[in-house]
Design a protein around this ligand. Structure first.
Ligand SMILES: [Zn+2]
Length: 455
């Protein structure tokens, strides 16, 4: 490993507070020591702190906010129409729901006369709702406050559940799917007199977990719905009901990750997989962030949200981003904290490659609260591109590998057995479009990355 000029890092550790706020350029790269995440990670005292000179100035992050100019957001929107879809690049496109402040989510328990729910199932759903709530507190850096409103009882639809069973084709996001509305109407009829739906942004219905009622699940977004709830307190357009896929897979892909993913769309966060070509089965083409972002694959090993998707709604603030220009890059090293930390420190390096393209470098650590146990090392650096010419669900973010992205790792899971090989460990480097990103050193809950120009 090639290290550049040396400065004693000890002096850096004495600097308190987070990166200076409100900064156009230049910003400071000095960061506080992460004390709170010590439980799951090596402490600073134990870490073999490398002596590397850190660069402390960079560009105004505004320069790195590449704008989306895409087919669905621009070309397919008729004059006078407002684009309602999820954004892939700046500016963020909010929906009717809040993405900061309070998000009120009802958890209403619905069963049938021949399929009764239990209190154990209620507890299970509430645990899953808690996971979802904690996820958004973390991903939004405590700016989105999910409030769960559970019903205390089960409300019973006075019919057999068998009349409500759906297969995936009945659960379509678009087009004909009338069976979903039959359930929504019956669930509201059973619960409306006793449950106050006023002020609910989103409704989750919890159903018994035994025999299959719904295959994958039923969900609607205010931006794209195929059914809705007509309650005494008003119409509700954001709904999620976990189906058999999430309820009966041995907790490999539990309802909590489904709630995170679908509510993400409801509040403006895009689907990362490329859904254009349904015959494509090369994972690095079909789903180029697969396994590393919950908006790419809710069943992936790393159940988190990538830094770019946190920066778009402003959950990551500009002073947490190192912004560089790919066309005038000078060699520099930067110390970034793993993205699940909520400490206000630097969390990503963004290199503007062109008007519509950026390269993002972020740090990851295995998170025992969210991630599925994996035989593959999850502690390292992730590098990916962002393409603002792509629309949501067109694969706008693409992982790069320091090895060969087409040679996949074995990852035992219910959904698949393969995972993209994308983590960079100390000594690894990636070159893309004249930019070299080296994973220089790991430093407790931080990584030091060195960027330079090549070619
Ligand atoms: Zn999705």
């Amino acid at each position: 490993m090639k290290l550049r000029a040396v400065v004693v890092l000890g002096s850096m550790l004495l600097v308190a507070g987070c990166a200076e706020a409100g900064t156009p350029s230049p910003s400071t790269g000095q960061q506080a020591v992460d004390q709170d995440s010590a439980a799951a990670l090596p402490s600073e005292q134990e870490s073999n702190t490398p002596n590397i000179e850190l660069t402390t100035e960079w560009l105004d992050p505004e320069f790195c906010k590449i704008e989306e100019l895409s087919e669905w957001r621009h070309e397919r929107v008729s004059p006078g129409e407002v684009f309602k879809g999820n954004a892939t690049a700046f500016p963020f496109n909010p929906t009717a729901l809040p993405f900061t402040g309070e998000l009120n989510v009802a958890m209403v328990f619905i069963d049938w006369e021949d399929l009764r729910g239990t209190s154990a199932e209620q507890s299970y759903y509430l645990e899953q709702a808690q996971l979802f709530q904690d996820f958004y507190a973390m991903a939004s850096e405590n700016t989105l406050d999910v409030v769960i409103h559970p019903s205390s009882d089960w409300f019973t639809i006075p019919e057999s559940y068998r009349g409500f069973v759906t297969e995936p084709e009945d659960e379509a996001q678009r087009g004909e799917a009338p069976k979903k509305q039959v359930f929504y109407d019956a669930a509201v009829a059973a619960s409306d007199a006793s449950f106050d739906y006023s002020d609910m942004d989103v409704v989750f219905f919890g159903i018994p977990t035994g025999p299959q009622v719904f295959a994958n699940g039923l969900h609607e977004f205010n931006i794209d719905y195929n059914g809705f709830l007509r309650t005494n307190e008003g119409d509700i357009f954001d709904i999620a009901v976990a189906g058999d896929w999430f309820l009966n897979n041995g907790d490999d892909e539990p309802p909590g990750v489904y709630y995170v993913h679908e509510v993400g769309h409801m509040i403006g966060i895009q689907h990362l997989a490329n859904e254009d070509d349904q015959t494509e089965d090369r994972m690095w083409v079909r789903n180029p962030m697969n396994g590393y972002d919950i908006m790419a694959n809710q069943g992936g090993a790393s159940r988190t949200l990538s830094a770019w998707l946190r920066w778009l709604p402003g959950w990551l603030e500009d002073d947490q981003i190192v912004c560089l220009d790919g066309e005038s890059l000078t060699t520099g090293s930067y110390r970034i904290q793993h993205i699940n930390a909520v400490e206000g420190n630097l969390e990503a390096v963004v290199v503007r490659l062109s008007e519509r393209k950026a390269l993002v470098v972020e740090s990851r650590r295995f998170d025992p609260l969210l991630d599925r146990p994996s035989p593959n090392d999850k502690d390292g650096v992730l590098v990916y591109t962002v393409d603002g010419t792509k629309s949501a669900a067109q694969g706008s973010q693409v992982l790069l590998s320091p090895r060969d992205i087409t040679q996949m790792l074995h990852e035992p899971m219910w959904r698949d057995q393969r995972e993209l090989d994308a983590m960079s460990f100390p000594g690894d480097a990636i070159e893309y479009d004249g930019v070299r990103v080296e994973m220089t050193a790991s430093d407790g809950g931080f990584d030091i990355v060195t960027l330079s120009s090549v070619g």
